[in-house]
Design a protein around this ligand. Sequence first.
Ligand SMILES: [Zn+2]
Ligand SMILES: [Zn+2]
Length: 551
Amino acid sequence: MSDSDAERAASKAARKAEKRKRRAEEEEAAAAAAAPAASAGDDSDAEDERAAKKARKAAKKAARHAEMMHAGAMAMQEEQQEEDDAAAAAAAPAAAAAAAATDDDEAAKAERKRRKRERREAEATAAAAVAAAVEAEKAAAAAEDNSEEARRERKRAKKEKKAKEAAAEAAAASGSAAASSSGAAAAAASPSDAAAAAAPAPKVYPPPPPGNVTLLLFYQYVRPSWTAPQRQNAENFTRDSLTRHGCTGRLRCAKEGFNGTLTGPPEGIRAFCQDLREYEPEHFGQTDFKITDGLREGQMLRGLKVWHVNELVTYGFDLKTGSIERGGTHLPPKEWHDKAGEEGAVLIDVRNANENAIGRFQPHNDASRVLDPNMRTSTEFPDWVQENLPKLHAAKQVMMYCTGGIRCERASALLVEKGVPAEKVFQLEGGIHRYLEAFPDGGHWIGKNYVFDRRFAHGATSREPEVVGRCCLCSGPWDRYQTNSKCQLCRMEVLLCRECERGNKHKAKGVVMKCHLCGGPKPSYLPADDKTLVFKKKKHFGKDVKGESDY
Ligand SMILES: [Zn+2]
Ligand SMILES: [Zn+2]
């Protein structure tokens, strides 16, 4: 029994409770709608009582079920805890025996930490399931309260309808066509509403209820760089401000600036932005704070981590290399969009291959093409640039993009440093994040934008975004990285669909999960022709490939 199973069971319980609650609401609505259509008023009281009874019963059942599921999830967690403890107990003597086992110790510590975190998350999900059940009960109680009111309301509606019919008759008699049609429409309104309410509900998931959590994504390079004490001051200041305003998340703090993925109450996040603007107006006065409101409670990041890093994005080269002073030209989304469609443009995704596997910019006509580095980590970028210099030189313009803009800053500077003329290097200002805001239909974008917060990914907003990712085992369309599965050859994150996961396909003997760079199924957008020049990888990694930039 794994933590993710417990999580899944808990979220299933939450979904079931939610479904029951909806059913109770629908029944109540149907009862209310059906009653006016009933001929005589005498049996409507009995009907009310029956409906209320039914709602009460449904709510009780939902609550019972949620409780059961919750208990189940808790039991699973306890089981997991026992398993963990047993594993720890078993590991202890072994660790004592091995004198040079410090690495293992650290790995075990990290593993325990991860499990603890996952357990906490599972607990939160289970708590949410119970909360949903309580809500369902409340809704049923409200339905009961409403039945008395609903009866009165129906009586009033019936009276009104009669009055309207009489008015319509009178109007027809007087020859006023307009009055007649409007009267008829009014008379027709309630039966058609009743029919709509009685019709079976369409099988679509309702959009998640908007929550009250706000997300903040931002980065800021400071020029000239901070001194060590200045950096320390900035770190202390932001940690205090974020704590004071009830914000959580991650903030990387380097001498070259900040890179943050934060969540908090809407006013808390805004207060933090204001604090930072006032702290050093010369650096943060014009910072692009990307704020997204309305996230659900479950999407709040857990804990606050403000920490010291050498580079905001780990390219692993000297800080003097790729100085952001000499990068490409920043273009706002609309201008970048136009330029990316011009003859001779080359599109470069400076994100990692697992991000690229679920969404990217498409060459939108024969004029432009894609030259994706397909990196497993950003540290591969300098070598890639070196090997592809001829192609980069041949491009009329190099169009670079990343999630929020930060990775392009030094990546474009590196290109310039390697000799690609600065005037033909362009970077997408505000990244895919701002582009999708400017192009709700996705524009040249296809698929989803991988994000490092608890939304996991997002895409076009005015239509259903396409699924371009492929399950590493069955090749079925899938674009959610939620199983923490890794390529068994290079340890990069891979896509594993729910069906394969539930069927334990990945645990079957002889099955090897492979990412698309190691020979696994390719994303659906990769054309077979030479328009896409995919860089062939040689390097494999012994350990997990982790995201070294948050955004
Ligand atoms: Zn699959
Ligand atoms: Zn791989």
